[in-house]
Design a protein around this ligand. Sequence first.
Ligand SMILES: *[C@@H]1O[C@H](CO)[C@@H](O)[C@H](O)[C@H]1NC(C)=O
Ligand SMILES: *[C@@H]1O[C@H](CO)[C@@H](O)[C@H](O)[C@H]1NC(C)=O
Length: 241
Amino acid sequence: MIRRESDIAATQRNLTRNTKYVFKSQPGSLYALFAGYMWLKMNLKVSQNFLEFHSLKVILDDIANGTREDIPEFRQYVNKFKSCGYEVIGYVRKSHDNEDKDTRIRLLQSMIDKLFERLLVDKIYVSPMSHAGESFSSRDVKYDKTVLRKLNKAEGTTQDLLSYVNIAKKICLVGVDFGGITTNCDDLRNLLSQNKSIKKIVIDRSPFGKSINIYDRDQMLDGSQDISEFNCRKGPAQRSK
Ligand SMILES: *[C@@H]1O[C@H](CO)[C@@H](O)[C@H](O)[C@H]1NC(C)=O
Ligand SMILES: *[C@@H]1O[C@H](CO)[C@@H](O)[C@H](O)[C@H]1NC(C)=O
């Protein structure tokens, strides 16, 4: 604040000097005009930042309340995130099922490709074999490394993601359905409170004809955004509703 005021004073001093020099004949009115212009310019910059923040918030409200199933529109939101300095990271998780390894790899690859294509994520981390309720810290600690090697465009496992969020600044984590991220609310809270760079979580349920929800870290942690929905996955029946 203090610094800004002294900046303004300095600018005004410079202005006065310059204006007097250039516009000797009518210093008063021209000075006022120029000062007014500079003032406007300064304030425009401030309000531009405010607008950027504000429009992002509107978007978030919009999606959080809403039933946005429109992928092109969602892509605009993703671009908005990116322009606000977010890194948009996809997360693909696959449960222990009875399929063979090749089938698992094929299914994971198809999930990865779809997420890239649909939601324009920057990169994707994978949990090749974990339970939806399993804690993030124990996921993929022991996993079959050949699976990841055979996947195209997979950045790493859950453990690699946890290392990455340590050095990243602003992350928007994107998963398909709640179970794609976690069904364990306590562990979700742990993840968020211990890893401050995860600012937003996007849950895409548009493949099941439902909305794309955006959750905000602070609002999830202070309870103003309800995370109990993460707990409500009741298996495939719910998906087909
Ligand atoms: C969306 O939710 C916000 C609060 O999260 C609320 O202020 C706003 O009125 C809601 N908008 C609609 C259209 O329901
Ligand atoms: C991030 O969250 C995970 C899961 O809760 C935790 O294991 C990890 O230690 C956290 N990272 C940091 C830097 O605290």
